[in-house]
Design a protein around this ligand. Structure first.
Ligand code: MN
Length: 539
C-alpha cells in the first residue's frame, strides 16, 4: 500500500503506474520542494473523483461487458497520463434508477469523493437519473467523450452504432441535468486528447475549491476599516452561499499569543530570515534593524499558533487597530500567505477567504507562479506602456516574487507604530487573473479580469514594498472602465495559476453572479450584461 497523502504535498509530482487489468495504483516520487524551508499549511484532502458510466440493459450482456471494459481503460489511462492532479476511481456501470440513486448517495457520504464524473457510453434513459441527481449534493461533471477517436469506416455496422453512441446518450442525459437546473461542468472531446485531459485536470481543481469552500474559517483581527464600503459585506449571507465562517477577535487576544512566543523561538526564525532573504539595511543600524525584524518573527509565530489552535485558515488585520502589537504585521503576514493562509487587509474578509480558496485550488501545482492579495495603487497612462502598479502597504505574498527577495525596515506613513519590517520584491511576468468578490446588497458578484503581468520600465528604488505591474485585458481603458462599472474593489485576490474559467465555474457552483473582463470585453455589451444580470440574479 502506498501512502496517498504524499501526493497532496506541495512541490511533489506524482508518477502513476497502472496496468489495464487491475484497479489503478499510484507510485509517487518526491521532487524538490518548491518552497524550500517554509512550512506549508495547505493540507488538502486526498480527494478522489468517481468515474460513473451510464448505459442500460437493452443491449445485452456482451455490450455491457464492453462498456465496462472501455470505461475501465479510460480511467486507467487517464490516471496514468500524469495530467490529473487527483485520482479517478472507476465505478460499475450505472444502468438502473436504483443503482444510480445508490451511487450518488454513496458519493455524498464518501468524505474523499469530490465529484462524480459522468459519461454516457450508450443511450441511458434520463428518467433513470432523476432521483439520483436530485439527491446528489457535490460537484458534477459530464465528460462527453467516446471510447474510439475515429469512425471505423471499414467495419462500422449497427452493433457498433448501438454500443458507441455517446453523441446520442450524452444529449439525453444533458437534457435532464439542464431541465433539473443542476450546475455542472461539461467537457467535450476524445479522452486521450491532452487538451481534454488538461480541462479535466483544471476542473478537478475547481471541484476541490467548491468542496473546500465550506471549510474556510476567517479570523478577523479587529473590525473593518471605518467608512470603507467595498471591503464590507454580509457575513451571514457569505456563510449561506460559500460556507465561510467569519469570526472577530479583539486584537489584544492575538497580541497575547504573540507575547507568549519565546525569545529562543523568535531568534531561530530571525536566523531563518537572515539566511533566506537579502538584508537591505539602507543606512540603518544593523542591531536596531534586527530588532525590528524580530518583532515580525514574533508576530508570525504568535499569529500562526493562534490560527492553528483555533482552526482558522485565513486572517484579516487593520492598520488602525493594532492594540498591543508593536508593528503592523508585514513580513509576518507575507510569510503566512506563502504558507497558504488567506489574507485581506483593513478587515477585508472577502478577499482573505478568496485568497485562501485560490491557494487551495492551486496547491501542489507544478511550476506554480503564485497567489496573493493585491491592491490597485497607481496608473501608468503613457501610451503603449499602460498598466496598473499593484502593491499594498506591506502585505504582498512572496509566492509571486520574481528573483531575489529582500527585507527592508521603513516608516509607515499611516498608523502610529514603529517602522515595520517587510519583504520587498518584484513579481513574475505573464498572464494571470485578478478577482474581486463584492456584496451588492442583494447578492454577491465575482468580477474576474484577465491581466497581463509585466516588468515596469525602470527600477523603483524608493518603493519599499513587494509589487506587481499589469495591463488589464482588453486594455487599460476598457478593462478599468468595465471593472469600475461592475463595482470591483481596489483589493483583489490574484493568481497566475488559475483561469477565469475555473473561477467562473466556482462562482456558478456557489450560485452567485460572475462577470468576465477579458480580450472580448466591450463596454456596450458589458453594460447590458450587468443590466440583464440584475434580473437573472434577482431573489
Ligand atoms: Mn488596502
Amino acid at each position: 500500500n502506498i501512502d496517498l497523502s504524499m501526493r497532496r504535498n506541495s512541490g511533489k509530482k506524482y508518477v502513476c503506474t497502472a496496468d489495464l487489468n487491475s484497479a489503478p495504483s499510484f507510485v509517487y516520487t518526491q521532487l524538490e520542494h518548491t518552497q524550500k524551508g517554509i512550512k506549508n499549511m495547505l493540507k488538502v484532502k486526498n480527494y478522489q473523483f468517481w468515474f460513473c458510466t451510464g448505459s442500460q440493459d437493452l443491449y445485452g450482456d456482451e455490450c455491457l461487458r464492453k462498456v465496462a471494459e472501455h470505461s475501465r481503460i479510460i480511467v486507467e489511462e487517464l490516471n496514468k497520463s500524469g495530467v490529473l492532479p487527483f485520482e479517478l476511481v472507476w465505478k460499475p456501470t450505472l444502468i438502473t434508477n436504483e443503482l444510480i440513486r445508490k451511487t450518488f448517495n454513496e458519493a455524498n457520504a464518501d468524505e474523499d469523493c469530490a465529484c462524480v464524473i459522468t459519461w454516457m457510453h450508450t443511450f441511458s434513459p434520463a428518467k433513470s437519473w432523476i432521483l439520483g441527481l436530485k439527491e446528489y449534493r457535490k460537484p458534477l461533471c459530464h465528460l462527453h467523450t467516446q471510447f474510439n477517436e475515429e469512425i471505423p469506416y471499414d467495419t462500422i455496422d449497427m452493433d457498433f452504432m448501438n454500443e458507441n453512441q455517446s453523441a446520442h446518450g450524452g444529449r439525453e442525459y444533458g437534457h435532464i441535468v439542464t431541465r433539473m437546473g443542476i450546475e455542472r461542468k461539461v467537457i467535450v472531446g476524445h479522452w486521450a486528447d491532452k487538451k481534454v485531459q488538461e480541462r479535466l485536470a483544471s476542473w478537478m481543481r475547481t471541484a476541490v475549491g467548491i468542496m473546500e469552500s465550506s471549510h474556510i474559517r476567517v479570523c478577523r483581527v479587529a473590525d473593518n476599516m471605518r467608512n470603507v464600503a467595498v471591503t464590507e459585506g454580509d457575513k451571514v449571507e457569505a456563510q449561506i452561499k460559500f460556507g465561510w465562517e467569519v469570526d472577530a477577535y479583539p486584537v489584544n487576544e492575538i497580541a497575547e499569543s504573540v507575547d507568549a512566543v519565546s525569545a529562543a523561538d523568535v531568534n531561530t526564525l530571525v536566523e531563518e530570515y537572515y539566511d533566506k532573504y537579502e538584508i537591505l539595511l539602507e543606512g540603518r543600524d544593523p542591531e536596531e534593524f534586527r530588532k525590528h525584524v524580530a518583532v515580525q518573527a514574533q508576530i508570525e509565530l504568535g499569529f500562526e499558533r493562534f490560527l492553528e489552535e483555533k482552526n482558522y485558515q485565513a486572517i484579516v488585520t487593520h492598520f488602525g487597530d493594532l492594540g498591543a502589537l508593536k508593528q503592523l504585521p508585514g513580513l509576518a503576514i507575507q510569510r503566512l500567505m506563502q504558507k497558504g493562509y488567506g489574507f485581506g487587509a483593513e478587515g477585508d474578509w472577502k478577499t482573505a477567504a478568496m485568497v485562501r480558496i485560490m491557494k487551495i485550488m492551486t496547491e501542489g501545482m507544478k511550476d506554480a507562479k503564485g497567489t496573493s492579495m493585491m491592491e490597485d495603487y497607481t496608473y501608468n497612462f503613457v501610451p503603449g506602456k499602460e498598466g496598473i502598479l499593484q502593491s499594498h502597504m506591506l502585505e504582498v505574498c512572496p509566492s509571486v516574487a520574481d528573483g531575489k527577495i529582500g527585507i527592508k525596515v521603513c516608516p509607515l506613513s499611516m498608523g502610529d507604530r514603529e517602522d515595520p519590517a517587510r519583504l520587498v520584491f518584484t513579481s513574475k511576468t505573464g498572464p494571470a487573473i485578478a478577482t474581486s468578490l463584492i456584496d451588492l446588497g442583494d447578492r454577491f458578484r465575482l468580477i474576474i479580469n484577465d491581466v497581463e503581468c509585466k516588468k515596469v520600465e525602470k527600477p523603483m528604488p524608493k518603493l519599499p514594498v513587494g509589487s506587481a505591474f499589469w495591463t488589464p485585458q482588453p486594455n487599460l481603458k476598457t478593462g478599468a472602465e468595465a471593472w469600475i462599472l461592475a463595482g470591483g474593489a481596489h483589493h483583489t485576490a490574484f493568481t497566475y495559476d488559475l483561469t477565469a474559467e475555473q473561477m467562473g465555474d466556482w462562482a456558478a457552483a456557489m450560485g452567485i453572479e460572475a462577470v468576465y473582463i477579458d480580450k472580448d470585453t466591450n463596454i456596450r455589451d458589458f453594460k447590458n450584461e450587468l443590466r440583464w444580470n440584475e434580473l437573472a440574479f434577482r431573489k
